[in-house]
Design a protein around this ligand. Sequence first.
Ligand code: GAR
Length: 234
Amino acid sequence: MPLPIAVLVSGNGSNLQSIIDRIEAGALDVEIKLVISNKADAYGLERARSHGIPTRVLLHTEYDSREAFDTDMVRAIRDSGVDESGVVVMAGFMRIVTHVFLGVFENRVINIHPALLPSFPGVYGQGDAADYGVKISGCTVHFVDEQMDHGPVIIQAAVPCLPGEGGGGLSPRILKMEHRVLPQALQWLVDGRLEIDGRFVRLKPADKAVSQQPLADIEPETYALIWPPLEEGF
Ligand code: GAR
């Protein structure tokens, strides 16, 4: 039985789409019971509807407190058929959630962020990284806690920052990586393979044989993404 999940979006929903695509490809064993947006015009809602996925709009601006907003989100998610053994994915959801939400879905909420946390948290991680002049940035999937872009890290992917490209050039290259690591992290969680120990997330071995991407053949001790590349002799 696919695990019931809810997905929270605020905008374009390309990460939601990456989950839908992996479900349809048979790689991801979940059923999206509900997509919630805090923005009525989020394109992610259209994506959900075009795949027959129920949607709800909950406008945070209509609530007096974060807790009241979270109470309604919890109710909507439960009503859709996702209980505390399900998973909630924040896929471009630009809100922090409170203890009201996290107390129900304890260690069951994950978020994707477009930077290598703890660097460049916030709403424009790609632009902040590009403006800072870092040579490598990327994306992070992490468990959600009450602080913004903060909880234990599940997976990260690094991409080089190219000269002069700025956040606008970097964003789509990071996004391509987001679309790979978010569904992967979700499937690990669904398979019960993620063990949280404080800030550390351990990936337990799979019960069945899994074939991995070619990079996984490289010994972790000797692998590094270094950008710009080292020159001969170093
Ligand atoms: C993604 O880049 C996601 O990492 C980012 O919002 C974008 C949503 O794109 N999230 C954050 O910045 C969270 N702090 P999408 O709507 O196309 O999935």
